[in-house]
Design a protein around this ligand. Structure first.
Ligand code: ZN
Length: 297
């Protein structure tokens, strides 16, 4: 009798704690990110990971997984903390993935990391780099990183502090987190959302999408330590890099939806089933977090 009276109370407490936990980051995200209402953020049902940013902020993920999923896609927003629209678009895509699981012919397990660089996003004035001043998108371990990343930073960017690659590959908790996610989740495709160049970039072994919404393919080349270089060129996992046209404002919702639909259409036609078995060397799966040894070139 006593136990049966307690049961509803325990359940109510459980659900209150669950919803409080789900709501926890959304007050901050909705206040900072453009075109992100709190209820949209909460509907993503973000899950905390054990990983913290340099300043101790939780890194959150959201999984959308149909039962028969055969393909894994990792979507990353706000590697650069001053590209606020990129995180907001990731949240809108989480909602679309939940609402329209059957649009694609392929059943896709989506893993979203909408805000990889929370310290940059929540800096008093949002900034590209993390709290150590590192450009996370130059911090991945590509061949000859020790030489080339430094050289590129000095000669190619004239020591632009917004593009410092860091003291060594994977020196940062945020880049290590993404590296570990890639090892554990084994994505068939990575989508990295940026701004504000208004183009589509691509690295990897398959035919790239020619456009997503109003963004057209314009391959920008590869950079030492970038995610595209690391995942797409070295790892053999296609990396679609989206450069939204504005860092502080999202595209209209119809455009965000069209980009999503075009991405699904490209996945259906161009991303071969089981391609990771046939093609990808998955260099990062075998790595020991060390840079590749230098070559003669
Ligand atoms: Zn960027």
């Amino acid at each position: 009798m006593f136990a049966s009276c307690l049961k509803p109370l325990v359940l109510a407490l459980f659900f209150a704690l669950e919803s409080a936990r789900a709501a926890a980051p959304c007050t901050d995200f909705a206040a900072r990110l453009p075109n992100l209402r709190r209820d949209l953020c909460e509907s993503a049902r973000l899950q905390p990971t054990a990983v913290r940013s340099v300043k101790g902020r939780t890194l959150w993920v959201s999984d959308v997984k149909p039962e028969q999923a055969t393909l894994r896609v990792l979507v990353v927003g706000a590697i650069h903390g001053d590209e606020l629209s990129s995180a907001a678009v990731a949240f809108h895509w989480i909602r679309l993935a939940k609402q329209m699981p059957a649009v694609s012919a392929r059943q896709i397990h989506w893993r979203f990391v909408p805000v990889l660089n929370p310290d940059g996003v929540f800096n008093r004035s949002p900034r590209r780099v993390n709290a150590h001043g590192v450009d996370l998108n130059r911090n991945f371990m590509t061949p000859n990183w020790e030489r080339d990343a430094k050289l590129y930073w000095e000669k190619g960017t004239h020591k632009d502090p917004r593009r410092w690659p860091g003291p060594k590959p994977l020196s940062e908790p945020e880049s290590r987190f993404l590296h570990d996610e890639m090892r554990a989740f084994k994505p068939h495709l990575i989508v990295s959302i940026h701004a504000p160049y208004g183009v589509l970039d691509f690295d990897g072994p398959v035919v790239p999408p020619s456009r997503l919404g109003s963004l057209y393919l314009h391959q920008l080349g590869i950079f030492p330590g970038s995610l595209g270089n690391y995942g797409g060129v070295q790892g053999g996992v296609p990396v679609v890099t989206i450069e939204l046209p504005n860092a502080m404002r999202t595209p209209r919702d119809a455009e965000t939806r069209q980009m999503w639909l075009d991405l699904l259409g490209w996945i259906d036609t161009r991303l071969p089933a089981r391609r990771n078995v046939a093609i990808a060397p998955h260099a990062y799966l075998d790595s020991k977090l060390l840079p590749a040894s230098p070559t003669a070139e």
